[in-house]
Each structure stands twice: as structure tokens, then as C-alpha cells.
Design a protein. Structure first.
Length: 467
């Protein structure tokens, strides 16, 4: 490795009550040790106290480091983890730009190097940064605490579409839908199949809240969700009585759960689903990877045998890989990548690009407004008024973008990866697949570095993006 003589070390203190953050002294000690191990000379240590901020606050040392990098005074950066360096993907993009211009290619984190000269290394770094950010965001943690607080009080969560059977306040029974829930429950308990129930709903002209046709999975979700019998569910767990009246009795509810969630009943293909089926290739032989569960854990693998002509050389556990790829997809739908997204083909390029820029500008403006409100620069009334105006403009742009580009699965979400991320787990599986497919052409999975270890190592994943 090249000798570096003017290395920047960066550390950031951030306020975090979860206790999982590392002290700045520990960050610095680790970074110094890493520089010493490489025989590098540290020129300066940059330290910021970021304790109050999620966004919009100044980080003087970080800015100073960027300036030093830009002016060629530093030749490498050592930082404890990417999430110390950047809080938002957009900052990461700026950092890469500065480093690229200044010819600085060595950015070392204690969790692995980032080679800014390599396109795929950069992508991995971006995804890792986005992934880490999504895991450790103080803002999200605050959001989660708030959500838990609301859940514990038994009140409904207001984001996303309303639940079927309830009005928009999520408490009052819907005069037309609540009886449908009751009838569905009675029929299911009487032994009718989910297919028959879905068909009955179709024939009766009953639609889901989103205006879609019912599927067996959505009917099952509806009938097994304890919400229907007045229980408050938080992250898949019943945590107490809700503030609303039950539509069906708790006894019936429990019977429905036993009946419809019975593993014996779920042996059909919907039981164990693989999000990335058809999108993964073996890095050794090029064959498509198939589902290859082992010891009850979902796994993708290059299968060998009479029915499959794979090499049997590549396996990877599904859970982490799917989360990783999903995160990458959501990240790509966010604004920094928008520009690239819009360099596609077709006659409508110009219009699509203009719309994309308009969407990005409006999204940025919404962010700025929120920051201004948080900083007390505008009143809440002013903020809401401006926000309403921008949001209706955004809706119009998004609708037109959707028409122009025909990217129906993802267009509504461009620049809104965060929003989609929040809804992701609640989306129908087919919807998740459609969104991933619209963004990811395919990914090659390389063999594990250590044979037999089929866990997720970002370096093993080589994505090929459509968008
Ligand atoms: Zn293979």
C-alpha cells in the first residue's frame, strides 16, 4: 500500500441515548492505530460535536477537512465508520466529488476500505453508507420511540393507508366495510378457503383500501390482524388493548389466527417466498440461483443435480441479502441518483429530465422548509401553507413523470426512498418484487471468501442496475 504522509483522521461525537455509540476517544485511538499499522502519518485530527443535529447543523471540522482535501493538503482519510463521516447520502456524494477532484483515493474505515477509484467499490460504499444510516439514524430512533409510545397508549398509527374496516380516523368502524370483515371471519371459520373468499369479494365488487382486487394473502392479512379484534399491534407484536372497538370477538380472532396461520396450511408457494428469484446469477458458472433452504433458513444457491445444471459452488443466506438489496434499491430511488435515472432512452427524455429536476427541487425545498421550521425561521402555519402548495405541485409532476416514463412500479417513489422504506414491510410481496425488478436488472453473487460461510459480505454482491 502507498505511503501517505498527510492523513486526515475524522471523529464525530453524536448524542445518542441508546448507549451503542462509541466515545470520540475510542474512535480516535482506533483510527490512529489503523494509520500506524499502515505506516501512514496523520497530519490532523478533525473532531465535531454533532450532539444536537440530524440535519442542517454546521460541522465546522468536517467542513475544514473537506476544504483541506479540496486544496490538496490531505492525501487520505481514516474514519471509524462511514456513518461518522456522513449523515445523509447526499453528503456522501459531495464527499466523493471532492475526493475525486483532488485525486484522494484512500478512504479507510475500520470496517473496510473504500476504493474511490473503483466504480463498484464506490457503489458498495454508497450502499453500506445508506444501510448504516438507515440502521442508526437518530431521527429514525426518535421516530421509533414515538411510534412505540403511541402504540402503548393503544392509539392508532396514522401513516400510510387506513386499515380496511375503519374510517380515516382508524378508530370508527366503516359502515360498509366492517360488516364485510364480520362476514369474512364467519365464512372462514365455517371452513371456506381463502381462494373462495377472495372470489366472493371480487364478485361482490368489494375493493381493498387501495382500490385493488383482493388476493388470498391480503384476505389472510386482514383476518389474522389482531387490529380487527381491538388489539394494538406494534412491529408484529400485540402490545395491549387498542382505543377502538373490536369488529370481531377476540375469541374468533384467535381461532382465525390458528386456522389461517397454521404452518400445515401454508405449504403452498406463498409460504416461503424469495424476493430475488430470477434476479441472481452464480458468480462461478452464471446459472440462475434458486431457493436452497438449509436447516430451516432461507438461502439462495447454485443448485446441482438432475433438474439443475448449476455448479453447486455458490450459496448465500436470503434474509440479509434481501435486506441489503432492498436497501440499495430504496437508496437508488432517492434523489442523488435521480439524475442518473433520467438519462434513459426514449423520445420523452427531455420532458422526463425536466420533471425529474422539478421533483428533486421540490423535494429539496420540502426538506429545507422543515429545517427552517425546526430552526424557528418560519412559523408552523407558514410551513404548512408552503408545504401544501409544494406537495400538490409534486403530485402533478410525479403523475406526469409516471406517464412519460412508464416506470409504473417505481415512478411514484422516485426521490421518496425513505417513505417507501417506512412502508416496505407492509407492501404486498408482488409489489415488492415489482419494485426491486424495476430497479435491479440482476445481481451476480460471488463465492464466499471463506468456504462454507454463506452470510452477507457486500463484496460478494455485484448488482447491475436498470435505473
Ligand atoms: Zn454455479
Amino acid at each position: 500500500m502507498t505511503k501517505r504522509t498527510a492523513v486526515a483522521v475524522y471523529a464525530r461525537i453524536s448524542q445518542d441515548r441508546s448507549g451503542e455509540e462509541l466515545g470520540v476517544r475510542r474512535q480516535l485511538a482506533d483510527c490512529r492505530a489503523e494509520a500506524a499499522r499502515r505506516g501512514w502519518t496523520v497530519a490532523e485530527e478533525y473532531i465535531d460535536d454533532d450532539s444536537s443535529a440530524y440535519s442542517g447543523k454546521v460541522r465546522p471540522s468536517y467542513d475544514r477537512m473537506l476544504a483541506d482535501l479540496a486544496e490538496g493538503r490531505r492525501d487520505a482519510v481514516v474514519v471509524w465508520h462511514m456513518d461518522r463521516l456522513h449523515r445523509r447520502p447526499i453528503e456522501f456524494e459531495r464527499f466523493v466529488e471532492v475526493c475525486t477532484r483532488a485525486g484522494v483515493q484512500d478512504v479507510v474505515t475500520l470496517s473496510g476500505d473504500v476504493d474511490l477509484a473503483k466504480g463498484d467499490g464506490l457503489l458498495v460504499a454508497r450502499v453500506v453508507a445508506a444501510f448504516a444510516a438507515s440502521e442508526s439514524d437518530a431521527k429514525r430512533r426518535r421516530g421509533r420511540r414515538k411510534a412505540l409510545e403511541i402504540a402503548e397508549s393503544g392509539r392508532p398509527m396514522m401513516g400510510g393507508p387506513r386499515p380496511f374496516g375503519f374510517l380515516d380516523d382508524r378508530v370508527t368502524h366503516h359502515p360498509a366495510e366492517a360488516p364485510v370483515v364480520r362476514e369474512l371471519a364467519a365464512r372462514a371459520l365455517a371452513g371456506e378457503t381463502l381462494i373462495s373468499l377472495s372470489t366472493w369479494l371480487q364478485d361482490s365488487g368489494v375493493r381493498t383500501v387501495g382500490g385493488n382486487e383482493w388476493r388470498t394473502t391480503t384476505v389472510r392479512q386482514l383476518l389474522t390482524n389482531p387490529r380487527a379484534w381491538g388489539m394494538r399491534v406494534h412491529q408484529g407484536q400485540v402490545i395491549g388493548k387498542a382505543t377502538w372497538e373490536p369488529i370481531i370477538t377476540p375469541e374468533d380472532g384467535e381461532r382465525l389466527r390458528r386456522l389461517l396461520l397454521d404452518p400445515a396450511r401454508r405449504t403452498n408457494r406463498s409460504a416461503r417466498r424469495y424476493l430475488l428469484t430470477g434476479m441472481l446469477r452464480c458468480g462461478k458458472c452464471g446459472s440462475p440461483l434458486r431457493s436452497a433452504p438449509k436447516d430451516g433458513k432461507r438461502r439462495y444457491g447454485c443448485a446441482m443435480g438432475p433438474d439443475h445444471r448449476g455448479c453447486g459452488g455458490v450459496f448465500i443466506y436470503a434474509e440479509m441479502l434481501e435486506r441489503f438489496v432492498t436497501e440499495a434499491v430504496l437508496y437508488r430511488l432517492d434523489s442523488p441518483v435521480m439524475d442518473e435515472v433520467l438519462t434513459g432512452d426514449g423520445d420523452n427524455d427531455e420532458r422526463a429530465r425536466a420533471l425529474g429536476e422539478a421533483i428533486k427541487a421540490d423535494t429539496d425545498q420540502l426538506d429545507d422548509l422543515a429545517t427552517m421550521w425546526a430552526d424557528g425561521e418560519v412559523s408552523k402555519a407558514e410551513w404548512l401553507k408552503a408545504r401544501g402548495r409544494i406537495e400538490s405541485r409534486l403530485e402533478a409532476s410525479r403523475a406526469e413523470f409516471y406517464r412519460v416514463t412508464h416506470r409504473d412500479a417505481v415512478a411514484p417513489y422516485l426521490g421518496r426512498g425513505d417513505e417507501l422504506r417506512a412502508q416496505w414491510d407492509g407492501l404486498a410481496f408482488s409489489r415488492q418484487v415489482a419494485i426491486v425488478k424495476a430497479v435491479l436488472a440482476q445481481a451476480t453473487i460471488l463465492p464466499a471468501a471463506v468456504p462454507g460461510r454463506h452470510g452477507l459480505d457486500p463484496e460478494r454482491v455485484e448488482p447491475e442496475w436498470r435505473l
